[in-house]
Design a protein around this ligand. Structure first.
Ligand code: NHR
Ligand code: GAR
Length: 220
């Protein structure tokens, strides 16, 4: 959170792929819908589409290729060094595909946020859209949450819901979820930038002035 009322919150965004959530957050900041400044975009893989886009926006970028490191601890330490050089208030995972060690999570305790493509606590882990179709659920979506050492189990900040349709494939469902992700994550980014997101003692989240933290896609 900013130390003084006039300083903008600093975000570092971590990606592994196309980075469309990162783009949605950057665009919200550029349009004045989020008062933060995205100071760097870091990727765990080289040559991601998202990194090239961020560079075009004049944002600092770097790659920490996880394949170059012998252990998760070594990768996380290298990543943390790069992150800390930008002195962020918050570190946002946006399609970031590496599980982070407890030491990394502790280093950014209360400042590390993820977007997960399911309505947690349903379907943690990978292949969430295929998991949702296999269970026959009729609603699916995304969750923005604080990151804790237990994968996809941190306190929930906001969720976005979409319908599951009879003829859905994992790809079609993923695309529908992604559209609502692009609403939820920039909204949460704006709340974070304004210092309105609080982690309560019982591990639930409160957002000042926000009653409804459920977003939904346009009716289909
Ligand atoms: N780290 C911690 N400690 N806690 C969380 O909640 C985390 C996290 C790191 C990433 C994102 C998460 C998601 O939203 C996330 C949340 C990667 C995997 C995974 O198994 C699972 C969940 C998430 C991200 N990754 C494989 C691994 O071995 C690699 C998979 C691949 O490269 O395709 O790290 O879904
Ligand atoms: C998003 O759907 C995000 O929720 C998901 O990957 C996609 C990334 O899209 N994240 C994970 O699966 C994390 N394990 P993006 O790169 O275009 O933001």
């Amino acid at each position: 959170m900013p130390d003084t009322p006039n300083s903008r919150a600093r975000f570092v965004i971590l990606i592994s792929g196309q980075g469309s959530n990162m783009q949605a957050i950057v665009q919200a900041c550029q349009a004045g819908r989020c008062s933060a400044q995205v100071v760097a975009v870091l990727a765990s893989r080289a040559q991601t589409v998202g990194l090239a886009w961020a560079e075009e926006q004049g944002i600092a970028t770097d790659v920490v290729p996880h394949v170059d490191f012998a252990s998760r601890e070594a990768f996380d330490e290298a990543l943390a060094q790069k992150i800390d050089a930008f002195a962020p208030d918050y570190v946002l995972l946006a399609g970031f595909m590496r599980v982070l060690t407890p030491a990394f999570v502790a280093r950014y305790s209360g400042r590390l946020i993820n977007i997960h493509p399911s309505l947690l606590p349903a379907f943690p882990g990978l292949h969430t859209h295929a998991q949702a179709l296999a269970k026959g659920v009729q609603s699916h979506g995304c969750t923005v949450h604080f990151v804790t050492p237990v994968l996809d189990h941190g306190p929930i900040i906001a969720q976005g819901v979409v319908p599951v349709l009879a003829k859905d494939t994992p790809e079609a469902l993923a695309a529908r979820v992604l559209t609502v992700e692009h609403q939820v994550y920039p909204a949460v980014a704006a709340w974070l930038a304004e210092g309105r997101v609080h982690l309560l003692a019982d591990q639930r989240v409160q957002v000042d002035g926000v009653e409804n933290r459920l977003f939904s896609s346009e009716p289909l």
